[in-house]
Design a protein around this ligand. Structure first.
Ligand SMILES: CC(C)(COP(=O)(O)OP(=O)(O)OC[C@H]1O[C@@H](n2cnc3c(N)ncnc32)[C@H](O)[C@@H]1OP(=O)(O)O)[C@@H](O)C(=O)NCCC(=O)NCCS
Length: 318
């Protein structure tokens, strides 16, 4: 995580909002913002990858392939995967970027899983990393979006094994809602890719129809988790730990209630980091592991919903 902590009170000094409003609507108390002199999306992801490799008892030389989920790449092109590959000194191995927003990490896990199952690669780094803060309008005009998002990175190492780890992944999308949560500009299909008007009219800022996102999210999260359980002939009670994408604490609580899971079985850290899009699940997974909530035998369920709309789930047997 970047070092700079930005509390709700800090935001209240920049815009007309309050700790009470943000806490009540989202559960967020603070988030991290990157340092432009120090942090890059690829750099934060490289740090997360080193930590994941160290915890797995592996080194960078073991990695065969990189899957990098982000919607906030360091450059318009190339993607951040190659930049992280360079930082890790892994010149030559393949690096793939995934642009599926909040579901990006689970899409990434699924892609890596297929590569491993076909025998093409043995060890794959899957990362989610985002710098959202630089696209936020920290004035009254942007307050409905800017209080929610934060910066950060997380990573996992997937490796071929005789025992199944990833039991299944389930990926969905409904492009009819693409413009309900998006950044429109700069876009390639315009006469001029970037104009002053686009900047003045906020086309370069994230737009979110919060209410619509909320309504779809609570349905899709539950649906895709049930799909994962049914595909593996498992029941809700079999889940040892659920890590939902950290979109909004109210969404997580609603989901927990619908599934009838106890507090210990649902991991949330949105209070400390806000919504970090593709990075939220691997960051939460890392912290849950550190706290001893993931160990040998744990059945972990991950689920996400976000821009696209896209939604996805994965069941992992540790
Ligand atoms: C964004 C979200 C928290 C907004 O909550 P909401 O209850 O729908 O709030 P509304 O947008 O209806 O706004 C309610 C009022 O609060 C105001 N408001 C918006 N942002 C505010 C802020 N940061 N501080 C104070 N007031 C704010 C609005 O202007 C509105 O005022 P009005 O009633 O005078 O018009 C909520 O819609 C949400 O969580 N959506 C899902 C978002 C999400 O998960 N996104 C990530 C997808 S992965």
């Amino acid at each position: 995580m970047p070092e700079r902590v930005v509390t709700n009170d800090d935001l209240s000094k920049l815009m007309d909002t309050s700790d009470a409003w943000i806490t009540e609507r989202t559960g967020i108390k603070e988030r991290r913002f990157f340092d432009p002199d120090k942090d890059t999306v690829a750099g934060m992801a490289a740090n997360a990858s080193r930590l994941a490799l160290e915890r797995a008892g592996l080194t960078t030389s073991d990695v065969d392939f990189i899957v990098f989920a982000t919607i906030t790449p360091d450059y318009f092109f190339p993607g951040s995967g190659v930049l992280m590959q360079r930082e890790l000194g892994l010149e030559g191995i393949g690096a793939l970027d995934i642009r599926n927003a909040c579901s990006g990490f689970i899409y990434g896990i699924s892609v890596a899983d297929q590569f491993i199952k076909t025998g093409m690669y043995k060890t794959v780094l899957v990362v989610g990393a985002e710098i959202q803060s630089s696209a936020m309008d920290l004035s009254d005009r942007g307050r409905a979006v800017s209080v929610i998002f934060g910066d950060g990175a997380g990573a996992v190492v997937l490796q071929a094994d005789s025992q199944p780890g990833i039991l299944s992944t389930h990926l969905h999308a409904d492009g009819r809602y693409a413009e309900e949560l998006y950044i429109k500009d700069p876009g390639s299909s315009r006469k001029n890719r970037l104009t002053k008007d686009m900047i003045d009219e906020d086309g370069v800022r994230a737009y979110m129809n919060g209410n619509m996102v909320f309504k779809h999210a609570i349905v899709r999260f539950q649906e895709v988790i049930m799909e994962a359980l049914e595909a593996n002939q498992l029941a809700k009670e079999d889940i040892d730990l659920l890590i939902p994408h950290q979109a909004n604490l109210r969404i997580s609580h609603y989901l927990q209630e619908q599934l009838g899971l106890s507090d210990e079985k649902v991991y949330n850290n949105i209070m400390r980091y806000g919504n970090t899009t593709a990075a939220s699940i691997p960051i939460a997974m890392s912290e849950a592991w550190q706290e001893g909530k993931i160990s040998e035998g744990t059945l972990l369920c991950m689920a996400a919903f976000g821009s696209g709309f896209t939604w996805a789930s994965a069941l992992v047997q540790f």
